[in-house]
Ligand binder design. Structure first.
Ligand code: T3D
Length: 260
């Protein structure tokens, strides 16, 4: 299979997927959604793969979420549908595979990009990583399971703060809250993540069973919640505040919301 928006490599039991649109902070286009899903399906089928390593190209960003330059008010389409078709299958593929998914967060992770990191089993971050639940900044609610994973991972109080204020959480704060396993200098992230991924790939069969058990313990109704987020995002996506949020982002100015 050939890919244009991701890099995909399988070696030593590890399937490495690199989101590869660094000029747009690795933001999602429909093609990138599809290629990421295809790679996850391929690695899941491949018996030589025991662990996924998910990261972003460059040292600025892991992923800035949906590509907002595709989202002018006249061609934004249905956000609920976009989530059901493009994003939710990725989140479910990560949770459903018994292979461990390690995320190497190599820079800013915003919006859907932030929530993609949360769906993974483990996170290791470079010291310049930031986690931003950026949705509120453009007049949206949460999606990609962020409102599901974040309170389970760090507690409701801090999760509420992150979603309502949309402020960045630094890598070191993420470590303090247990969101990431380790923070390393950016120059060391690739090697550290690779070492951790190869170690996970050498683990016993039971690692996949442990993942299944933890899924059952914490994530039993994930699918229904993803559907609920898509329903809510459809409402938010139809609001004039969202149109203003996207316009303001493109014009590099703060949005003026009217609560409508
Ligand atoms: O289908 C659907 O829409 C449903 C799904 C929705 C899920 C979502 O993800 S909605 C949320 C989308 N993401 C965001 O709201 C984040 C937007 N970006 C930012 O807030 C900031 O760019 C960052 C905090 C990520 C990084 O800030 P900073 O100061 O390090 O970089 P910057 O200068 O803002 O951005 C650098 C460039 O990347 C800039 O382009 P330019 O001016 O150099 O040509 C900027 O426009 C571009 N960029 C950043 N984020 C996006 C983007 N381009 C397109 N889409 C983006 N999301």
């Amino acid at each position: 299979m050939s890919y244009e928006t991701i890099l995909y490599e399988k070696r030593e039991g590890v399937a490495t997927i690199t989101l590869n649109r660094p000029q747009a902070l690795n933001a999602f286009t429909p093609q990138m959604n599809q290629e990421l899903l295809d790679a996850l399906k391929d690695g899941n089928r491949d018996k030589t793969v025991r662990c996924f390593l998910l990261t972003g190209a460059g040292d600025r960003a892991f992923c800035a979420g949906q590509d907002l330059k595709e989202r002018s008010p006249d061609k934004k389409g249905s956000l609920g549908e976009s989530l059901r078709v493009r994003y939710n299958p990725i989140i479910l593929a990560i949770r459903r595979t018994e292979k461990i998914v390690l995320c190497a967060v190599n820079g800013v992770a915003a919006g859907a990009g932030c929530n993609l990191t949360l769906a993974c089993d483990l996170r290791i971050a470079s010291d310049n990583a930031r986690f931003i639940e950026a949705f509120v900044r453009v007049g949206l609610g949460s999606d990609c399971g962020g409102s599901y994973f974040m309170p389970r991972l760090i507690g409701l109080s801090k999760a509420t703060e992150l979603f309502l204020l949309g402020e960045p959480m630094t890598a070191h704060d993420a470590l303090r809250y247990g969101l990431v396993t380790k923070v390393v200098p950016g120059t060391e992230l690739e090697v550290e993540a690779r070492t951790m991924a190869e170690g996970l790939a050498r683990g016993p069969r039971s690692t996949g069973l442990i993942k299944r058990t933890l899924n059952r313990s914490m994530y039993a109704d994930l699918e229904a919640h993803l559907e609920y987020e898509a329903y809510i995002q459809e409402i938010a996506g139809r609001s004039s505040d969202y149109d203003e949020g996207v316009r303001a982002f493109g014009e590099k100015r703060p949005p003026v919301f009217r609560g409508e």
